[in-house]
Ligand binder design. Structure first.
Ligand SMILES: [Cu+2]
Length: 137
C-alpha cells in the first residue's frame, strides 16, 4: 500500500505542478491603454476673408491651369482662387454648385465654404479647357 500512496502523492504533485503554469500564466492584463489622438482643431479662427486653402490659377493650360490640382480640404473649410495669370479666369464647378465669378489678374476670389464631402470637378467658364478637381474630405 505504501507504493500506491506514494504513487498518488506523486500524481498529486504532478497535477499541482502542471496546474501552476496555468495559474501564473493567466495574464489578463491586456488591453493596453490605446488612446485616440485628439482630432486636429479646426483651423477656423481668423474670421475675415482668408481662406483655408488657396488655389493658384497659373495660366490657361488644361488640367495644369490650377495649382495644386487636385486640391484637398476638409468639409467646413474655405477655398479661394488667386489669379496669378495675365487674363481673367473663373473657377466654376461643373454642376454649378460653386462659382467664383470673374477673377481679375492678381486678384483672389471670395472664399467659398465647402460643406459637403466629395470630389468636385471645376473649370474656367471663360476657358473650358482649364479644369481642376477639388476634393473635400
Ligand atoms: Cu480662364
Amino acid at each position: 500500500m505504501n507504493a500506491s500512496r506514494a504513487f498518488r502523492t506523486a500524481l498529486l504533485a504532478l497535477a499541482a505542478a502542471a496546474a501552476l503554469p496555468f495559474v501564473s500564466c493567466g495574464g489578463g492584463g491586456g488591453g493596453g491603454g490605446v488612446t485616440n489622438p485628439p482630432p486636429p482643431s479646426s483651423g477656423g479662427g481668423g474670421g475675415g476673408g482668408s481662406a483655408d486653402v488657396t488655389i493658384t490659377i497659373i495660366a490657361e493650360n488644361g488640367n495644369m491651369s490650377f495649382s495644386p490640382n487636385p486640391a484637398t480640404l476638409n468639409a467646413g473649410q474655405r477655398v479661394a482662387w488667386r489669379n496669378s495669370a495675365a487674363a481673367i479666369h473663373t473657377a466654376t464647378q461643373n454642376g454649378g454648385s460653386f462659382d467664383t465669378g470673374s477673377i481679375d489678374s492678381g486678384a483672389t476670389s471670395t472664399p467659398i465654404t465647402m460643406t459637403t464631402a466629395g470630389s468636385f470637378s471645376y473649370h474656367c467658364s471663360l476657358h473650358p479647357a482649364m479644369v481642376g478637381t477639388l476634393t473635400v474630405r
